[in-house]
Design a protein around this ligand. Structure first.
Ligand code: ATP
Ligand code: MG
Length: 361
C-alpha cells in the first residue's frame, strides 16, 4: 500500500529480438492508462532470455522465478530459444518453463476483426481457450519421462495425455467466459479417430457444460473446424480445445483477421496471469524500431481485464478499456507500423496512443 491506495506490482521480462521494444511500449501505455484509471501500477524488471544467459548462465534463472512467485501478473516478451548456446537448447524454453512452474493452464486468445486493419474476414469476435499443460504437447517430464521416445532407431513414439483435472478446469474457464459473452461454446476435438484421449476431452467438456444451462454448446472435429472458421468465423463465440489444436487454430484465426503483430494472449492459472504476444521474437526486424507493439499492448490489456474480473475491480477493467480504445483510435487516424502498411516507428505509435489518452481524443 502507498498512501492508502493499493499498488499493483507487475513483473517485466523483456526477452529477445523485438522483445525490449514492444514490452517497453506496452509498459509506457499501461502506465499512462493507469494514471487515467486511477490505478497505481509499478513494474519490477526481471531477467529472461539472452540477457539472463549472460548474467546467470540460464535463460530462466531461479531468481526470476522466485520473484514471480510473489507477483500476481507479469509481461512476458518473446524469446529466441533457437539462438541460445547449444548446451542450453535442450532445456525447456523460458515461457514453457513458466507455464509449467506456475501451472498456467489456460492460454486465452481473443481474436477480433478491426475496421482499421485489413484482414480476410471482418466482424469476427471470438476467444480461444487452449488447454496449456498436456494433450499432444506433453511435457517430457510428465509421466515418468514418457512424453516422447524412440522405440527403436526407426520408430518414434509420441504420446498424448488427457486428464480429468486439466480438461474440467479449462472447460469451466471457457463456459464462465461464454456466460459473460454471447453464451456459446464450441468444443474442438478429434474424437472419431483419437477415441480415448480426444473422446474424453469431448465428453468431459459436455459434462461441464451441463452446469451452464444458459450456454449453447456445439462441437467440431479439428479439421472440419478449420473449414468452418474460414467459412463462417463470425458465428463463433468461445472455442475450447486441447493444446496442439488450440495452437494451430489460434494462428489460423489470428491470420484471418489481420497481422501476426496484432495477436494477443494471456496464460492464466487460478491466481496468476502472464501477458504474452502470440508472435515470436522477429529477429529479422529486431533493433530497427519498427516492430508492431499492438500484440503486446493488447496482451497487457487482457492481463488487466483478467485481474479486474478476478478482483471485481472496476478500475482495472477501466484501465484495460482505456488501453484498447486508445489503440483503436490511433489506428483509426491511420497511424500504424510498416507490417500494417503504415510508416510509424514503434515509438511513434506508442507516443500517439499515449497522446490520445491525454487529449481525451
Ligand atoms: P517463434 O518460433 O518464436 O514463434 P516464428 O518463426 O513464429 O518465431 P516470428 O518471430 O513470430 O516467427 O516472426 C514471423 C514473421 O513475422 C517475421 O518476419 C517477423 O518479422 C514478423 N513479425 C512477428 N512479430 C512481429 C511484430 N510484432 N511486428 C512486426 N512484424 C512481426
Ligand atoms: Mg511462431
Amino acid at each position: 500500500k502507498e498512501g492508502g491506495a493499493v499498488v499493483l506490482t507487475l513483473g517485466v521480462l523483456h526477452g529477445d529480438g523485438i522483445g525490449y521494444e514492444i514490452v517497453e511500449s506496452a509498459k509506457a501505455i499501461a502506465s499512462a492508462a493507469a494514471l487515467h484509471a486511477g490505478v497505481a501500477v509499478q513494474w519490477k524488471t526481471l531477467q529472461m532470455g539472452e540477457e539472463a544467459i549472460k548474467q546467470f548462465g540460464t535463460s530462466m534463472p531461479d531468481e526470476t522465478i522466485a520473484h514471480l512467485s510473489e507477483l500476481e501478473g507479469w509481461l512476458m516478451g518473446p524469446h529466441d530459444s533457437l539462438s541460445y548456446p547449444a548446451e542450453l537448447k535442450e532445456l525447456r524454453n523460458p515461457s514453457g518453463e513458466l507455464r509449467h512452474h506456475f501451472d498456467l493452464y489456460a492460454n486465452i486468445r481473443p481474436i477480433q476483426s478491426s475496421p482499421f486493419v485489413r484482414g480476410m474476414i471482418d466482424k469476427a469476435d471470438l476467444v480461444i481457450y487452449r488447454e496449456n499443460t498436456e494433450g499432444f504437447y506433453v511435457d517430457r517430464n510428465m509421466f515418468q519421462g514418457v512424453g516422447e521416445m524412440m522405440v527403436t532407431p526407426d520408430v518414434a513414439l509420441t504420446t498424448g495425455v488427457f486428464t480429468r483435472k486439466a480438461i474440467e478446469r479449462i472447460a469451466h474457464a471457457a463456459f464462465q467466459k461464454a456466460q459473460r459473452r454471447r453464451k456459446k461454446v464450441t468444443i474442438v476435438h478429434k474424437a472419431n479417430v483419437i477415441k480415448l484421449g480426444s473422446g474424453f476431452f469431448l465428453s468431459l467438456c459436455r459434462e461441464v457444460g451441463k452446469q451452464y444451462p444458459d450456454v449453447k454448446v456445439d462441437d467440431y472435429h479439428i479439421d472440419a473446424m478449420c473449414a468452418h472458421l474460414v467459412r463462417r468465423m463470425p458465428d463463433f463465440d468461445v472455442i475450447v480445445t486441447e493444446n496442439m489444436f488450440g495452437d494451430i487454430l489460434s494462428d489460423l484465426a489470428g491470420e484471418l483477421v489481420g497481422s501476426l503483430g496484432l495477436a494477443s494472449s494471456i496464460n492464466a492459472s487460478a491466481s496468476k496471469v502472464m501477458a504474452q504476444a502470440a508472435h515470436g521474437s522477429a529477429p529479422d526486424i529486431a533493433g530497427k524500431g519498427i516492430a508492431n507493439p499492438i500484440g503486446m499492448i493488447e496482451s497487457t490489456a487482457l492481463l488487466f481485464e483478467w485481474l479486474g474480473e478476478k478482483q471485481k475491480d472496476h478500475g482495472l477493467q477501466l484501465l484495460a478499456s482505456i488501453i484498447r480504445e486508445s489503440v483503436t483510435a490511433t489506428l483509426k487516424k491511420g497511424i500504424a507500423t510498416p507490417d500494417l502498411g503504415g510508416q510509424a516507428t514503434t515509438n511513434e505509435f506508442t507516443d500517439h496512443v499515449i497522446n490520445l489518452m491525454t487529449e481525451g481524443k
